[in-house]
Design a protein around this ligand. Structure first.
Ligand code: SF4
Length: 620
């Protein structure tokens, strides 16, 4: 069936049997799950057995585009990767910019499902309708960026797009990432390690097919209006100058900048690693994703000193905060260097910064021996990061992520392990931001801000409030932001330039010809959010509300400095906010979706699946 916005084909690449199967895209996936992480959630629920080791051949990696990928509109170069996460043992996903998804679609496929496992290193080549599994012994051991360079050189084609892993993925570091187009990362939840466990070093795509569009004139009209909107925006100019790096000083002023394993939220040397420092000292250019009207990628080069010549796409805010202030680095040059080291090794900079800072705090408290690193000491931190990537010495333990390290070290370490459900908290210290804390607590991949960047709402309505509107707002964001990952396009024009959502509704209709309004699209997002919650419940039938709390540090330790000095989260009021959140979601007091909510969302099959596991779901 020809539909606008879709190539109508999904390919399964079975690495064990070396068979490749192409399937028609089903109506169910198109109408009920739309694309991107919607497909990932449905495929993982339906096809990845409960309880398997994420590194076993039974795990799958879904590489999915969506109907807007490759459309003429700002920010349509996204791809979403989904899998069972080694860090959390449950549903994981992460998206990446650049243009891999566009090439994949133009090569004739909406998604790839990578199954089984290879005995030897391989890369998967998807070129204009053909898929092949190629030998990759010569690539094994290379860095992520280096791998892309070698593949492009070998194929004598610089126009192809690659997803690659580095040594960290090969060595199954639980927070290994995937790199694309030099400097873009699918960073979170460790899917790079899952690819490594399957011995997949890279996936390469190149295509020249047309993507069917239902109404080209309507698409161009809405896209043009959106481009005009973006180019008239003053915020766009500041955004292009510094991208997310403008947030370093903003976070610092708002007592939210992770500092020394989030023991503090204000960093006295924030200016040295800020957007201004980047712009004046290292920035040499910009890089954007496919069709983007507001390219946020900053190309930086260290101009002097020991690291002179180091080039990276970045840093961006999350990186500069987590490996910068959180590890107390005090120069933008050090941040650039460590950023490049992580990118080449294939490590998520958010989790890496968290693990390094946590390790240092544990060492300082006498909880962990054998660590030769300290805050601010970039050389020793680089060595520690390399030990993690190659799983040398203490690095073998650290490679398993903050939660597992803490479980080995005991109760005191668990209190300062800055993670939720196994995923390290991204870069917003939230002791004075209850909505943001709730967003982290209830995020469906572990603690990640991209599902609900609610701290701006805390700032707008009152930092110390725990009012019910905060729960409502977190849910709204969790649906709207998920929608971008389902349509598979960039959310930043909406977040940063306030590009109205009506453009996405109009674009979706023009591209697909499907007459969904915004409320219908948001219903799909709610369906997917509930489905991913149920994947967690299937993996962990014992899961209850205690899993939705941020770490004890935020409840027990007061902020030591800054405008919110003396503040900590109030456990009782957080609990009441969580109650409100569950009520608004149609979940019970333990955080389980009720049967009536699941039926309302068309997820009856989930009820049956959970009841077989004796997960008790209440009716209403
Ligand atoms: S805003 Fe940034 S992440 Fe989004 S599409 Fe543009 S360059 Fe890519």
């Amino acid at each position: 069936m020809v539909r606008g916005g879709y190539m109508n084909r999904i390919a399964r690449v079975d690495l064990t049997s070396r068979k490749i199967r192409v399937e028609e895209l089903s109506d169910e996936l198109v109408m009920n799950y739309i694309g991107g992480r919607g497909w990932g959630a449905k495929i993982i629920w339906s096809e990845v057995p409960r309880g398997i080791d994420p590194f076993s051949p039974e795990n799958k990696v879904v590489i999915a585009t969506g109907p807007l990928t490759g459309a003429y509109f700002t920010g349509t170069g996204k791809t979403t990767l989904c899998s069972k996460s080694p860090l959390t043992g449950a549903y994981g996903d992460s998206n990446v910019g650049g243009r891999f998804g566009v090439e994949l679609k133009q090569a004739g496929f909406d998604a790839l499902i990578i199954e089984g496992s290879s005995n030897e290193p391989v890369y998967i080549k998807v070129f204009d309708g053909d898929i092949s599994i190629e030998r990759a012994e010569h690539l094994w051991g290379l860095g992520s960026i280096e791998t892309e360079e070698v593949i492009k050189r070998d194929l004598n084609d610089r126009s192809i797009s690659c997803l690659t892993i580095g040594p960290a993925g090969e060595n199954k570091v639980y927070f290994a990432c995937i790199t694309s187009d030099f400097g873009r990362q699918s960073g979170r939840t460790g899917i790079g390690a899952v690819l490594g466990s399957k011995k997949v070093k890279a996936v390469v795509a190149s295509g020249s097919m047309d993507i069917p569009i239902h109404d080209v004139d309507a698409m161009v009209e809405v896209a043009q209006e959106a481009y005009d909107y973006c180019f008239k925006s003053e915020a766009q100019k500041a955004w292009i100058r510094q991208g997310t790096m403008q947030l370093i000083l903003w976070s610092n002023e708002n007592s939210a900048l992770p500092t020394k394993n989030m023991s503090e939220a204000v960093y006295e040397k924030a200016e040295m690693i800020s957007g201004d420092a980047m712009e004046s000292r290292v920035k040499i250019g910009n890089h954007g994703c496919f069709c983007c009207a507001m390219p946020c990628g900053q190309i930086s080069k260290v101009k002097e000193g020991r690291f002179a010549g180091t080039i990276v796409e970045g840093p961006e805010y999350e990186t500069a905060a987590m490996i910068g202030s959180n590890c107390a680095l005090d120069s933008i040059e050090d941040v650039v260097k460590l950023n490049r080291v992580c990118d080449e090794l294939g490590l998520d900079t958010i989790s890496t910064g968290s693990v390094v800072a946590f390790t240092i705090e544990c060492k300082r408290r006498g909880l962990l021996r054998g660590v030769d690193a300290d805050y601010g000491d970039v050389d020793r931190i680089i060595r520690l990061v390399e030990d993690i990537a190659y799983r040398r010495g203490i690095g073998d333990l650290l490679a398993q992520g903050t939660k597992r390290i803490a479980e080995k070290l005991g109760q005191e370490a668990l209190k300062i392990a800055m993670q939720v459900k196994g995923l390290e908290i991204s870069a917003y210290e939230s002791r004075a931001a209850p909505a943001m804390a709730l967003a982290y607590g209830t995020c469906d991949i572990g603690a990640h801000h991209n599902r609900a960047w609610a701290i701006t709402y805390d700032i707008k309505v009152g930092r110390m409030l725990y009012t019910p509107d905060k729960a409502k707002w977190v849910i709204y964001l969790q649906h709207v932001r998920s929608l971008f990952d389902i349509l598979t396009c960039c959310r930043l024009p909406w977040v940063e330039l306030s590009l109205p959502l009506k453009y996405y509704e109009e674009l979706y209709k023009a591209v697909t010809g499907i007459n969904y309004e915004l409320k219908d699209l948001l219903l799909v997002a709610e369906r997917v959010y509930n489905l991913t919650r149920c994947i967690w419940l299937r993996e962990y039938p014992e899961m209850d509300r205690s899993w939705d709390y941020p770490p004890p540090r935020w409840f027990e330790e007061e902020l030591p400095s800054g405008p919110f000095r003396g503040v900590k989260l109030d456990k009782q009021r957080y609990s009441e906010l969580l109650d409100e959140y569950y009520k608004l979601r149609g979940w019970d007091g333990k955080g389980r979706p009720t049967k009536s909510k699941l039926r309302e969302l068309g997820l009856e099959f989930v009820i049956e699946g959970l009841e077989k596991l004796h997960v008790k779901l209440s009716e209403n």
